[in-house]
Structures are given as C-alpha cells and as structure tokens.
Unconditional design. Structure first.
Length: 317
C-alpha cells in the first residue's frame, strides 16, 4: 500500500518520481503561503470561502506528499507558514487581481504535473498518485475558470474573427489549439499506420489497430468542430501503407517506445491547453476529456510494455 509507513524493496523510486513528489510539495507549500496572505485582502465573502476550500485541498495534498517524502527518505522543503492572518487594507488589492494571481498559481501547478507524467514509472503506486494529483489539478483549474467567469474577474482573449454566423463564441487561440491538435492527430495516425505493418507481436498489433481507430474518431470530432467554426482543415496524410517484405527494419521494442513517446507528448499537449481555453467552456471540457482518456491509454500501454521488457529503466533515486 502506498500510504503505509514502510517502504519495501519493490517500492523503489526513480529520479523523476522523487523530483515530482518534491516539486509538488514545494508548489503546494508556496501556494498555501500566498493564498493565506491574499485571503486577508479579499472583500467578497463568497470568494473568501472559495479560497478557504482551496486551501483545505492543498493542505490535504501537502500532507500526503510530506508522508511520501518521509517514507522514501527524500529531504523535504521547508513547510509554509500557516494561517497568516494580518490586519490589512482591502483597498491595496482588489478581488479580481487576487483571482488572477491564484489562477496563475493553479495553471503552473497543472502544467508541471502534466510534464511530470512523461516518464516510465518504477513505482506504479507513486505514478498513479501523481496522476491523481494531475486530475485534481485539472478539475481545480476548470472549476476556478468557471467561477471567475461568473464573477467577471477574468480577461477574455480576442474572439476568432472568421467564425461562421450564429456559431458559439470562440477565441482565436482556441481555434489554433483545435487545429494544432488535429495536425498532431494526423501525424500520429500516419506514424502508427506505418509502424503497425512492422509489428510482430499480435497483442501489440491489436493495441495499435485499436489506437488508430481512437485517433481517427478524435480527428473526425476535431474536424467537425473546426468546420463548424468555418475553419479550413489542414491536409491529412494518405492512409495507404504498403506491407514490407522484410520486417527487420523496426523491431517491436523500438516501435513501442516511439508510440509511447507520442502518447506522452499528446497528454502534455492536451493537459497544458486546458487552462488556455477561457471563452468556450464546452471546448475546455473537450480538452479535459482528451487528457483523461490519453492518461488511461498510456497506463495500459506502459503496463504491457513492461510485461514484454520493452520499457527503458529510469535511473533509481
């Protein structure tokens, strides 16, 4: 069990996992310290309650991270001062300015966690816990964007100028994200099609075939969204793939690691896009859905690769 007191031999950590645990605790300690200070300047009672609830979440996560650092003998960062209640003038900072600062803290935490999942885990339980933190971070960012939009405390990016009449509001940067994700899907579909004809492992080949179908469905959905807004689609690659006479050019291990790296890049791309989609809430939920689905697929991919001895072994901490 992850949260028992003793680290067994099988519970070893690699250098990446140890750092992301340490860094996540640093980020929570800093957020707790600053949010406590900022809370003293808040005028809106509802907003003050929101900050209190966010602090409770961060403190709970920090306590779990501190436990894990102690368990694996990782030197902890200094804890944040708690409950810094001071007499201040609420005129120094307004609630909108405080909300903007909080969102930037949340965005940074989310992006770091997304990048932290680009590893081959030595300790699956710790990797799953970091994934749990990442999902909570995504939901936290999404909920806070919803909240500050209702309060009208957030700057909305410039709208896309060429949208079809009568369509939903969408920002120009969101159109780019949709377009960029579609290009990324086209590339991944083509690479997977090419690599799949060299695969000899039947189970792995079935996984790639299923993966291509998922990518194609996602590409179709992205195409439909772009067409809805009146965007010209990028040109996809041809789908014809000639079966080679000799499959020795690429072995299964190489193909596995190339595909896995593409999936890890995809989840980082999806996850870091979430906080940039402000205007259209439905599209932000789309990127959240893509992120969670990719994380689930990566988990299955890593477990199978490990069972075949295809994964690289990250240096032990």
């Amino acid at each position: 069990m992850l949260f028992n007191n003793k680290a067994e031999a099988v519970d070893k950590l690699n250098v990446k996992s140890s750092h992301i645990l340490w860094r996540s605790l640093v980020d929570r300690n800093i957020s707790i310290e600053h949010f406590h200070v900022l809370k003293n300047f808040v005028y809106d009672k509802d907003f003050k309650d929101y900050i209190e609830n966010t602090l409770k979440e961060y403190k709970s996560e920090a306590d779990k991270l501190q436990f894990l650092l102690n368990k694996y003998s990782i030197v902890s960062p200094d804890p944040s001062p708690r409950n810094q209640n001071v007499q201040v003038s609420s005129e120094i900072l307004n609630d909108q300015s405080i909300a903007e600062v909080m969102l930037r803290f949340m965005r940074l935490d989310n992006n770091i966690l997304m990048l932290g999942l680009k590893e081959i885990p030595t300790n699956q339980d710790v990797y799953d816990f970091v994934g749990h933190l990442a999902k909570k971070s995504i939901k936290r960012v999404d909920a806070f964007i919803d909240y500050v939009k209702k309060k009208k405390w957030i700057y909305l990016p410039p709208k896309y100028r060429h949208a079809n009449p009568g369509t939903e509001e969408v920002a120009g940067d969101t159109i780019y994200l949709l377009w960029d994700h579609l290009v990324f899907r086209y590339t991944n579909i083509r690479l997977t099609q090419i690599f799949s004809v060299y695969v000899t492992d039947q189970v792995f080949n079935a996984m790639l075939t299923a993966g291509i179908k998922i990518l194609q469905r996602e590409a179709k959905y992205l195409e439909d969204k772009l067409l809805y807004f009146g965007v010209t689609l990028p040109k996809p690659y041809p789908s014809e793939t000639v079966k080679p006479q000799d499959k020795d050019m690429f072995d299964d291990r190489f193909i596995f690691n190339q595909i896995l790296r593409g999936m890890q890049d995809a989840v980082a791309l999806h996850g870091t896009s979430i906080s940039e989609v402000i205007t259209n809430d439905k599209l932000r939920k789309l990127f959240i859905k893509l992120t969670f689905r990719e994380l689930s697929l990566i988990d299955k991919m890593i477990k199978y690769g490990k069972s075949q001895g295809w994964t690289f072994i990250t240096p032990e901490f």
